[in-house]
Write a protein that binds this ligand. Sequence first.
Ligand code: ZN
Length: 348
Amino acid sequence: MTTDHTPSSESPNNTSRFLALAFILLAPLIMLGCPSGGNRPASESPSQPSSPPKSTTDFDGERAFEHVRKQVEFGPRPAGSAELEKARNYLIDQLKSYGLKVTTDEFHATTPIGERKMVNVIAELPGESTDAIIISSHYDTKYFKDIKFVGANDGGSSTGALLEIARVMAAKQKPRLTYWFVFFDGEEAFCVDWDECTNPNPADPKNPLPDHTYGSRHMVAQLTEKNQLKQVRAMILLDMVGYKNLQFGRPEELSSRWLIDLVWQTAKELGYGAQFVNSAEGIGDDDHAPFMRAGVEALDIIQLTTYARYWHTKEDTLDKISAKSLKIVGDTVIVSLPKIEERLASKR
Ligand SMILES: [Zn+2]
């Protein structure tokens, strides 16, 4: 998966590193000026600053919302369209501006309406380990012959949230594991229904290929071929995460149980228990499924049942989306990540 390698020229972490260093150097001086510090034995180290615990992250819901608006303004963005190419260039520009190394993986897929060019976009944030966690979204919108489908929630919201997660993560200190922020092309079926059509499978004619999840299936095949799949320790997929009446059920039937438990518990601790509820969310299939089938621990954060009235209709528009919902998802994912790293470390 190479065509567009851009080395990051400057570290986004310099400012925060400088502030941390300044604090370490100045803290003893601050302690000297503190009246209660006078009786402290010289050997005792200064106590931690007593700032209240930060309940949320630097994830900016308004920034994420603007990314969704931009996607919608490009118009319907089915795989292979000029509009999707504009959306892709926007993603790449944003990701590079965060100091991330961006790679594009272009391929040609056979679909029920002919061959289509598709491009997965991958931004890498190197960690202390080369073991990787994927955080992902699809950025194509479903192809319709007769309606103008802009996919504000389905395609747009998760793409906006993922961009903002990438920005926040890139500005923090180097993570324990490497992160791949992956924007899949071709998640949507070209036929109206998900399983309505199939595509020929030259390698195994008796098992035709599905008409959906083109980008994620391609990425799993590439990683398998390069013997890199074992590097991927976990995969989180965001799909339809911006509805103003946000409510995620647990995707029990097709996600790793420990990832569901960990993320739902984190949401509760952040005060987002009303949005991450305990009912089951039924999902048939999605971009995380090819990874799961290949043995990768995965989680799909998706709101399908309670968005069904707008899903795949011309009503999936920007007025259904809220910055607050995007922030709830962004915070929950970002706060969950160190806990996921911890769990993975104990597993190996
Ligand atoms: Zn869809």
